[in-house]
Design a protein around this ligand. Structure first.
Ligand SMILES: *Cc1c(COP(=O)(O)O)cnc(C)c1O
Length: 396
């Protein structure tokens, strides 16, 4: 190894470990369901993004196995050579129907989708107005486009309007875009899409909503854009197939012209192998299930509301969430980590999230209840929260 690399890695790893910021990964020994096994111990799992429990759904496993028998384990090529199978087109048609758009394009992940879509449309002559709390993949996608990035304060519509007006009137840019998460994953708050769309119309902004945490959760499952009845007014509806849908992949839903353009100009579509047939078929079936019934969606909300009510009644600060995402805000970073560690020892897996992921002094344990949790599991989790909260002096 080069001396430069040896010292870079040595110094930086030691620094992270010193500061307690080096993340140790706990491997899960089995499925990522409501109960997970780690280090031989069974824990109530409140840290997955498997909102509807579909990651382990027997109906999806079945169609996935059939697809492997019929098509093999890999797609064999990138989409634009001969990696587009009939099942990929079926998935894209199903996504478009689900989202109520003319068309859709699927990518290998949600992260990849943001790398693909932003830079296919925006360039160095353009500017992007981006919410300061947008997901890392949006930030990277914006950087890749080389457009000027103008950050606005989180969900602050006055700030957005002011910055959109300045950008428009400066005459410096060809195109302007506004990008926001649909649901912000650290606090569970929802983007103010009606105001964002109104500002976009006033200043001719392209609208881009990454609904990774909203799809399957809001709008009876169809997402944040549908929740606000804005399907016609948002240009890019981004989603992931790895959270509520339970598998892997990402997509853009929008007008046919937009999707046609992405199919010829978005680089991961042209230069990275297509999603596997089993993934594609499982995703399609998952979306069909969501269109057939709101049962899983309803159970997710019931469980989310139940957990929130339970933690709030104990006296925890659960923040401003408007979705099933349930942060339990502890504040001090060290205390937050100890809290999460003690929950783990008592049987609850809920990760701590601290600075720099969230602002200093707002350390939290974030809970992700799912449709697959039973009331019993949630009751157990709540009583463990009570025990640990009292033990650490967070609850009176
Ligand atoms: C999770 C997430 C992604 C990444 O999605 P993957 O499919 O896991 O790559 C992108 N954007 C947002 C807003 C997310 O929350």
């Amino acid at each position: 190894m080069s001396k430069a690399l040896t010292s870079f890695l040595g110094e930086n790893l030691a620094d992270l470990k010193d500061k307690g910021l080096y993340n140790i990964i706990d491997p899960v020994e089995g499925p990522n369901g409501p109960i997970i096994k780690i280090g031989g111990r069974e824990l109530i799992n409140l840290s997955s993004n498997n909102y509807l429990g579909l990651a382990t759904d027997s109906r999806l496993k079945e169609v996935g196995k059939q697809a492997i028998d019929q098509y093999g384990v890999g797609a064999g090529a990138v989409r634009t050579i001969n990696g587009t199978m009939d099942v990929h087109l079926k998935l894209e048609e199903t996504i478009a129907t689900f989202k109520g758009t003319e068309a859709a394009i699927a990518y290998q992940s949600g992260f990849n989708c943001n790398m693909a879509a932003i830079s296919a449309v925006m360039d160095k002559h353009d500017a992007i107005l981006s919410d300061e709390l947008n997901h890392a993949s949006i930030i990277d996608g914006c950087r890749l486009s080389k457009a000027k990035i103008i950050r606005f304060n989180h969900s602050d519509m006055e700030d957005l309007r002011k910055k959109a007006k300045e950008a428009k009137e400066s005459g410096l840019y060809n195109k302007l875009m506004v990008i926001t998460d649909g649901v912000f994953s650290m606090d569970g708050d929802i983007a103010k899409l009606p105001e964002i769309v109104e500002i976009a119309e006033e200043f001719d902004l392209i609208t881009y909503v990454d609904d990774a945490h909203g799809s399957g959760v809001l709008g009876k499952g169809a997402g944040t854009v549908k929740h606000f009845g804005l399907s016609d007014k948002v240009d890019f509806q981004i989603g992931t197939l790895s959270k509520a849908i339970g598998v892997v992949g990402g997509y853009v839903a929008g007008k046919s012209d937009l999707i046609d353009w992405l199919k010829v100009r978005s680089r991961p579509f042209l230069f990275s192998t297509a999603l596997t047939p089993a993934d594609v078929v499982a995703c399609t079936r998952a979306i069909e299930l969501l269109m057939e019934s709101t049962e899983l969606h309803d159970r997710l909300w019931e469980n989310g509301n139940y957990l929130k009510a339970g933690l709030k009644a104990l006296g925890f600060d659960i923040g401003v969430s408007e979705t099933p995402i349930t942060p339990c805000i502890i504040g001090d970073e060290k205390l937050t980590q100890t809290f999460s560690q003690r929950l783990n020892e008592e049987g609850v897996y809920a990760k701590s999230i601290v600075f720099p992921t969230v602002p200093k002094g707002t350390g939290r344990v974030r809970n992700m209840p799912t449709a697959a949790h039973t009331k019993d599991m949630l009751d157990q989790a709540i009583s463990i929260y009570e025990k640990v909260g009292k033990e650490l002096g967070i609850l009176a």
